[in-house]
Write a protein of this length. Sequence first.
Length: 105
Amino acid sequence: MNSTLSVATAPKTSTFQMRINPDIKRDVEDIYARVGMTLTDAINIFLQQTLNVQGLPLVPTSESQAAIREQTKILLKMELEKGLKSAEEEGWISEEEMWKEFEER
């Protein structure tokens, strides 16, 4: 990971697309326009802050709990699938072996 990268000065050679409700997009664009920013500016600031703090650059609130819960479910499902695939490919290990390996990390 290159911690010296800056969103402001790094070459912009990659694209990013996302789907968003058009009403929400308009409302958010209006909010940022009132402070002289575009949605792209705001996203770039978010990305730079993510690099700066090496994590989520905001404190989740009760309103964001549902989104975080859904993301957690997706990540858990991915990890479970990865574990099952690993067990099928490499063979099953006992619970004691699993805990020993887990504690070594």
